[in-house]
Design a protein around this ligand. Structure first.
Ligand code: HEC
Length: 193
């Protein structure tokens, strides 16, 4: 009997401890300036909107003028398209990667670690989830068939004309050699306005 009492006493204490921890965390979260912080569901919706806008416009461009012409389109319009979604909601949105085509899109150290984490998770067959840091919200950008004609293997998926155009516009290009279902980079949204 004494033993049971002792055990239930310990369980009670453990529960209390958990409770205490919860309140501490909640208090800590409240100390962050919340009034300008965007909730994660909205961030997810903004990331979706950005991806959809890019893929839809890119698909149209390729259908109309082919991949080679769409390279020029990507150079001049991908940035402004992302910015148009960002401006509409008063946000900062950017695409970053470990293997940039446009050097301005090179990921920083913590972002490179997030990319590595996603690559590992993909290898393990996990479903990739968004990552939130104190300052930013990240979602992985994973390649599919559409991406291959500009980010796939040269001489295999990338047609010679397209490869030539890419080389002309991006002499330091590193964004090729991908296969489908690989981590191409991240979409990054600042968490506060
Ligand atoms: C028609 C060619 C083309 C296709 C198709 C294409 N891209 Fe790109 N991609 C580019 C070009 C050109 C850039 C550089 C844009 C710039 O200068 O900002 C780029 C840049 C990017 C970037 C920004 C990082 C960097 O390397 O500069 C990401 C991320 C990206 N592409 C992902 C994708 C994904 C994912 C797909 C498939 C859904 C895809 N791209 C399809 C041509 C293409």
């Amino acid at each position: 009997m004494r033993k049971i009492l002792l055990i239930s006493g310990m369980a009670f204490l453990a529960l209390q401890c958990n409770k205490k921890e919860e309140t501490t965390t909640a208090a800590a979260v409240e100390e962050v300036p919340v009034q300008t912080e965007i909730n994660v569901d909205s961030l997810k919706a903004y990331a979706d909107e950005t991806k959809k806008t890019l893929v839809k416009t890119l698909t149209q461009e390729i259908e109309e003028g082919g991949a080679e012409a769409a390279v020029t389109f990507c150079k001049t319009e991908a940035g402004p398209l992302v910015k148009s979604v960002a401006d509409k909601h008063g946000l900062e949105i950017k695409r970053v990667t470990d293997k940039p085509r446009n050097q301005n899109n090179l990921a920083n150290e913590p972002e490179l670690r997030i990319i590595e984490k996603y690559k590992q998770e993909l290898l393990e067959g996990k479903t990739l989830q968004a990552t939130t840091t104190d300052s930013h919200y990240y979602e992985p950008l994973v390649t599919n068939a559409l991406c291959m004609q500009c980010h796939g293997e040269k001489g295999k998926n990338i047609a010679p004309g397209t490869a030539g155009k890419i080389a002309e516009l991006y002499p330091e290009d590193k964004a090729f050699g991908y296969r489908e279902n690989e981590v191409r980079g991240l979409i990054r949204i600042a968490r506060s306005k």
